[in-house]
Write a protein that binds this ligand. Structure first.
Ligand code: PLP
Length: 364
């Protein structure tokens, strides 16, 4: 069977029989390193539903401290982290304001509505960038007539915005506004590590701006599974209940937490390498660049069929994501080295040669 003929899902799924040489679809595709696997094998474990897994407890304490918060909770996915956080901050029937392209309203299967009765209202922003002035007029105060706005959620870095970094001054202004207006602020910080490395703003400075954060270990940090919710002790106690209700209570999860701790200790500073490689990709393909990469994600506009291009690149051993019929996404990560970038640039420049931006621009 021609695998390209089964459109949609198949176009995004790696051929299990031919290991792709360069996988730029996402920073979730990394496999644990040998050292990480060793840390997993050596992990001291217990039953985490009893809060008795020492490695999970250590990971939670460490991540809470990094963000300057009281407590943290290990959860299986960033989606669960985001959705539990939103429910902690809003009651059923209340609303969340967020960017139109936010992960929480794009890739989380309508969970806020489907699971928790939360309504969402979205506001378009350039590359997902938060601007307080666009939000303030949309906030509905508590009264007996209108849906109450309970939460403003921001995403840092912004996935569909191409890894864009939220402007720190806007986030600070949001914190001050939220305090005054009686709103809560959530950060989908799946890639907050990338923002931290790119800006040198500390994780604690970021942490101080939000009531809840959800941070992923399984994106650029390269752990196989896991995210954490970071907040106050009281909210994290409630989050444990919600996690169990959702089926996210895990038992000897220290094996996974050990991978996360290893990632925190060894894979944060190296995100700068991913950012450098994203810049190399962007420079080589700049005739197609949708916007300059700020971190590890490069978004390109392509004439014609993005799916056709992705299929042709796959045949050359380079996997890329299609994010719209005319747009592709390349993500650098732990399993992409300089040679991989050279290979991807070679394949993509030859395939994109005749498209807007001009042939061989990349050859400079
Ligand atoms: C990947 C991601 C998440 C969480 O995804 P899971 O697959 O549920 O772990 C959340 N937010 C953003 C911005 C992401 O990119």
């Amino acid at each position: 069977m021609d695998r390209r003929s089964s459109a949609g899902v198949a176009a995004h799924v790696a051929d299990p029989f031919r290991r792709p040489a360069v996988d730029l679809r996402s920073d979730t595709v990394t496999r644990p390193t040998a050292a990480m696997r060793q840390a997993m094998a050596d992990a001291d474990v217990g039953d985490d539903v009893y809060a008795e897994d020492p490695t999970v407890n250590a990971l939670e304490a460490e991540v809470a401290a990094l963000f300057g918060h009281e407590a943290a909770l290990f959860v299986p996915s960033g989606t669960m982290g985001n959705q539990i956080s939103l429910r902690l901050l809003a009651e059923p029937g209340q609303e969340i304001l967020c960017d139109s392209d936010a992960h929480i309203v794009t890739y989380e299967m309508g969970a806020a509505a489907a699971l928790f009765g939360l309504s969402t209202r979205t506001i378009p922003g350039g590359r997902g960038r938060f601007e307080l002035d666009a939000y303030v007029p949309q906030v509905r105060p508590p009264d007996w007539h209108t849906v109450r706005t309970a939460v403003i959620a921001v995403e840092n870095t912004h996935n569909r915005g191409g890894g864009s970094i939220q402007p720190f001054d806007e986030l600070k202004a949001l914190r001050a506004y939220a305090a005054e207006a009686g709103l809560s602020v959530h950060c989908d910080g799946a890639r907050i590590w990338n923002a931290h490395v790119a800006t040198d703003i500390s994780l604690a400075e970021y942490g101080g701006l939000f009531d809840t954060l959800s941070v992923c270990l399984s994106k650029g940090l390269g752990a196989p599974v896991g995210s954490l919710i970071v907040s106050t002790r009281g909210r994290i106690a409630s989050a444990r209940v919600l996690r169990k209700r959702l089926g996210g209570g895990m038992r000897q999860a220290g094996v996974l937490a050990a991978a996360g701790r290893h990632a925190l200790h060894h894979h944060v500073a190296r995100l700068a390498d991913d950012h450098g490689r994203a810049r190399r990709l962007a420079e080589a393909l700049d005739g197609h660049l949708n916007a300059g990469p700020e971190t590890n994600i490069v978004v390109l506009d392509v004439a014609g069929e993005a799916h056709t291009l992705a299929a042709a690149a796959r045949d050359e051993g380079v996997l890329i994501s299609v994010v719209s019929p005319t747009r592709i996404r390349l993500v650098t990560h732990l399993d992409v080295d300089d040679d991989s970038i050279d290979r991807a640039v070679g394949v993509l420049t030859s395939l994109l040669g005749g498209a807007p931006g001009g042939a061989n621009r990349a050859a400079r």
